[in-house]
Design a protein around this ligand. Structure first.
Ligand code: TXA
Ligand code: MG
Length: 368
């Protein structure tokens, strides 16, 4: 192998966000007004939240809801989160609201926490996937709040990606997903949290964590006074796509490997001509960096910064014509739980045996 071509590109910055163009008030108002006009006629628009971009439609309109499902390619029995401008609107969407919901709302809203509550009468079954419960949250992005206040009702919004794919964290990702199928993408820059909201169910006696996310377990436990329970959703029949084994997936197969086996695995793959892109924590040693043909992204050591860059890096690498994305496993501690959860699901189609043996026949490309 020619050493001078050994590295395609050593690093890209995993944490630099694209900031939105700062619009003068008048233009911002014009964008919001245009979005509201579209929403009122049952159209779907993409808007930024602090977690990921949403594909928003009027949660009271079955036309809009059907359009969301159609655009996303999502099965109609999977529920949507309804976004609100203010916790006071909970009464319009939920019933039998426990005191704990108000406490959590006070602490974490606006912010990346979704509460699952019993749904109010009149909520369309398309929103809830036919279940008796509803997911609700007040997002923290200023543009989302502005839009929600102007719209003055709930916006049902899944992440603005096709079903099962990686969520978008900047407007360009949304356009990549839907091209000209969306009449409007509000540009709020890159999302500051970068992974989806934490989902907490309050419909039984004890709070149950359904999805780790932007609010950490530690933060939740501080307010709850105890750790929330966890639930095997396949057992109780909750239809939650973000909870399926395979989700948030890149087209390129992705594997998560513990630090100790990482370099050995990489060496073997590269020797066999597998084109690998890596997400690692530290710069490789000089010797490793110059031995193999690959792309290496150095990810931040701190979980919030890692989360902010995660989906963007996954998307960038997915466009790079690699055979495999190899990710160095983050620590197993609680503050990394949302990231580990997303990586695990992105890797769910890949069998990791823990052995170093790798069947290179499954890759379509051979060594250059
Ligand atoms: O951060 C987020 O939550 C983003 C932004 C746009 O707000 N939204 C998001 O939506 O991630 P989506 O649809 O991609 O994922 C929402 C998850 C799904 O797994 C859905 O099944 C679950 O929330 N969910 C919604 N309503 C539910 C309910 N009533 N019971 C159980 N799970 C529910
Ligand atoms: Mg999603």
């Amino acid at each position: 192998m020619n050493i001078s071509h050994a590295i395609d590109e050593l690093t890209i910055d995993a944490s630099t966000p694209h900031t939105a163009e700062v619009l003068p008030d008048q233009r911002l108002a014009a964008h919001i007004n245009a979005a509201v006009r579209l929403l009122r006629i049952g159209q779907v628009v993409s808007f930024p939240t602090e977690t990921v971009y949403g594909l928003g439609g009027d949660a009271r309109s079955s036309v809009a809801l059907k359009r969301i499902f159609q655009l996303k390619g999502r099965p109609a029995d999977h529920p949507l989160i309804v976004h609100l401008a203010d916790a006071a609107q909970l009464y319009e969407w939920a019933r039998d609201i426990p005191a704990l919901a108000w406490t959590l709302a006070e602490h974490f809203w606006p912010g990346p926490l979704t509460l699952i509550l019993k749904k109010a009468a009149g909520v369309l079954p398309l929103v809830t996937g036919g279940q008796d419960t509803i997911g609700l949250r007040v997002p923290a992005h200023p543009l989302a709040l502005e839009l929600l206040r102007a719209f003055d009702s709930g916006l049902a919004a899944p992440s603005a990606n096709r079903f099962g794919c990686v969520s978008p964290t900047c407007p360009a990702h949304v356009r990549d997903e839907f091209a000209d199928k969306l009449p409007l993408v509000l540009d709020g820059g890159c999302c500051q949290v970068g992974v989806e909201s934490t989902i907490l169910s309050l419909v039984s006696d004890k709070p149950v964590l359904l999805r780790p996310g932007g609010i950490s377990l530690i933060e939740l436990a501080n307010v709850l006074g105890c750790r929330p329970g966890t639930q095997d959703t396949t057992e109780v029949g909750i239809r939650a796509p973000g909870l399926l084994a395979s989700h948030y997936a890149t087209r390129t197969p992705l594997q998560v490997i513990n630090g100790s086996g990482f370099w050995l695995r990489l060496k073997q793959l590269c020797t066999r001509g597998v084109r690998v892109a890596c997400m690692i924590f530290e710069q490789p040693s000089h010797e490793m960096a110059h031995t193999h043909r690959k792309q290496i992204i150095t990810m931040p050591n701190e979980p919030q910064a890692y989360a902010r860059g995660l989906y963007r890096v996954m998307r960038d690498l997915d466009c790079g014509n690699y055979d495999l994305l190899l990710v160095e496993a983050p620590p197993q501690s609680e503050e990394w739980s949302a990231i580990n959860n997303r990586l695990q699901r992105a890797a769910a189609n890949e069998t990791i045996t823990g052995e170093i043996e790798y069947d290179s026949k499954q890759f379509k490309h051979s060594a250059p």
